[in-house]
Design a binder for this molecule. Sequence first.
Ligand code: PAF
Length: 282
Amino acid sequence: MKTLLISNIADLIAYQKNLQETLEKDTRIGLVPTMGALHAGHLSLVRTSKQQNTITIVSIFVNPTQFGPNEDFKQYPRDLQKDLSLCEETGVDVVFAPQVATMYPQRDTICLNPPKNMGYVYEGFVREGHFNGVLAIVLKLFNLIKPHRAYFGQKDAQQLLIIKRLVQEFFLPIEIIACPTQRDTDGLALSSRNIYLSSEERKNARKIPQALQTIAKAIEMGETKSAPLLQMGKKALEGIECEYLAICDYELAPLENIQKNASLVLLAAKIGKTRLIDNLWV
Ligand code: PAF
């Protein structure tokens, strides 16, 4: 099946109009928002969307507003042709890949702030302004594409929870579907940034999933207190630069004790120059 590539808003609106006129009432649109450099993690979101919807749209846009001034916006991997082939192989109906000027026509823009307790801790603390940028682009994509369902990976746990809040607070008629983290054979969570790792760094990066597995096993054995769990995790991370390792609830408030089906273990570490995040949904 040929994937339709749309890169401007007029074409997207024309496509939408045509959809409304030609498709049945129970047509469902699934959106997989991405920044491209697609990997098996993104493709698993696409597959889930295809199972649940009539039409699957993938957006590919490296969103400048979610990168800090010293972050990797310029180096972020971009390969639209490769992404398009992967989308075609996976049966994506439409790829929406706009230019920056299309998504941000004004220089001085309205800014959406995440909730204070959710948006300025962990990723929001280390990456100032990150979630303002994520909220802006996700709301723009939702308004343009009008999906019934949107698919996000559990790997970006804080992003997922903040987007759920966006949908809830702004009464958006969109179902947010959380999809499990996809991992490589060595346990490392799939991420477009893994390509920055040298083979030596890649070996060190394994400590990230190993630390989470250590914590998961201890929880399975009955440990519920955060302090010893975090201590075990930190020990497993020795030798790499851990930015944060924390246990919190779904509003990102720290927890002294694990609560089943309501807790998260969040981890961010730097391997050389590469920041990686991972987590455990308990
Ligand atoms: O998770 C990502 O790839 C991005 O943060 C998203 C949701 C596509 C917004 O730019």
